[in-house]
Design a protein around this ligand. Structure first.
Ligand code: SAM
Ligand code: FES
Length: 350
């Protein structure tokens, strides 16, 4: 197995079978070997810097019905909310003062936020904070909509591909959602000029080692600027309520593999990872991640954006979240920096 990690470290392409073999057979010793290499590569590109993104969860209305997700439209128990433009701008103000230079607008697919409303919000954010990056994470849209948001000033877009395997995709989503359209969106976003993030849940229901190997091949081919991964965590009001959660060990192993496969990539250590283990986010950084995404949403709505059970940091003010994460990062030898934190690979071709 070490030979396969060495191959990746030297930037040699692995086959699907090789990834699958690693994923099926990894153990604590091989994980540690992988993390030594993935940390080294991360330090080569990003030193000991940690980039922070201010996450603004601005709506939990969603027209989709993804089987895993706590804010799916069929969940009658979800208490729905939307933030106004003013609410969003005051999150940015608070975030800016705390040193955030990237704001991530994330939400369900909510038709209330028309393209006109979104472009208005994006332009105002960019006018008020021209030195900040605006990242969108609002799901599948037409190419025209993506172009409008880009022209209004949006810099980046996060859209997890969820799984590269079409059959697996159909086990996680109703028929209305198609993996072909999801990948079309990702291609359009990259062609338009966004810095693009894709990603998947680790341990999602019905996922096999082969599926994860297919995800790795997809990442290598698509070459995103960012990759968001975190463990699947069951939510009690969804059809997957009784499914087992993804594990810390496999999520960390996948983070290490992603860092070696895409050395320059922006790789968050996610809240979901911090939810399944008290030191999950620190361990994610030590496995090769370089981004964290503290929450800037008003505390009054935090508990309502419950994608999965027991989500952490739902009671803390933005400043507390930032300070807590800053000291957690310091404790493992890393520094949170005030910077847009762009991807170091400037010339990722389309
Ligand atoms: N609506 C946008 C979209 O579809 O990209 C953004 C919001 S969506 C809630 C963001 C991500 O949350 C999804 O891509 C999914 O991977 C993750 N997610 C949803 N439910 C989850 C769960 N139960 N456990 C872990 N992650 C989950
Ligand atoms: Fe729409 Fe989860 S089902 S955000």
């Amino acid at each position: 197995m070490k030979e396969l990690i060495d191959k990746l470290y030297k930037n040699t392409v692995l086959s699907k079978q090789e990834y699958k073999y690693l994923i099926e057979n990894f153990n604590p010793e091989i994980s540690e070997y992988l993390f030594e290499k993935s940390r080294e590569v991360r330090h080569r590109y990003y030193g000991h810097d940690i980039y922070i993104r201010g996450l603004i969860e601005f709506t939990n209305y969603c027209k989709n019905d993804c089987y895993y997700c706590g804010i799916r439209c069929s969940n009658r128990n979800a208490q729905r909310y939307r933030l106004s433009k003013d609410d969003i701008l005051s999150c940015c103000k608070e975030g800016y003062e705390l040193g955030f230079r990237t704001f991530v607008l994330q939400g369900g697919e909510d038709n209330y936020f028309t393209d006109d409303k979104m472009t208005d919000i994006i332009s105002e954010m960019k006018n008020n904070y021209p030195d900040c990056a605006v990242t969108l994470s609002i799901g599948e849209k037409s190419r025209e909509s993506y172009e409008r948001f880009f022209n209004a000033g949006a810099d980046r877009y996060l859209l997890r591909h969820e799984t590269a395997n079409n059959e697996h995709y159909s086990k996680l989503h109703p028929d209305k959602l198609s993996p072909i359209n999801r990948k079309r969106c990702l291609r359009d976003l990259k062609e338009i000029g966004y810095q693009v993030g894709c990603g998947f849940m680790v341990g999602s229901p019905f996922q096999t080692a082969e599926n994860l190997a297919e995800d790795m091949i997809f990442l290598k081919e698509f070459r995103p600027h960012m990759v968001g991964i975190g463990p699947f965590i069951a939510q009690h009001d969804t059809p997957f309520r009784d499914m087992p959660n993804g594990t810390l060990e496999l999520t960390l192993f996948m983070l290490g593999l992603i860092r070696l496969t895409l050395p320059y990539v922006l790789l968050p250590s996610t809240t979901a990872l911090g939810t399944i283990h008290p030191l999950g986010r620190e361990k994610g950084i030590l496995a090769g991640a370089n981004v964290i995404m503290p929450n800037l949403s008003p505390v009054s709505v935090r508990k309502k954006y419950m994608l999965y059970d027991n989500k952490i940091c739902t009671g803390d003010e933005a400043a507390e979240c930032k300070n807590c994460l800053q000291s957690r990062m310091r404790s493992i030898g890393y520094n949170v920096v005030t910077s847009r934190g762009d991807c170091k690979q400037s010339a990722i071709s389309n």
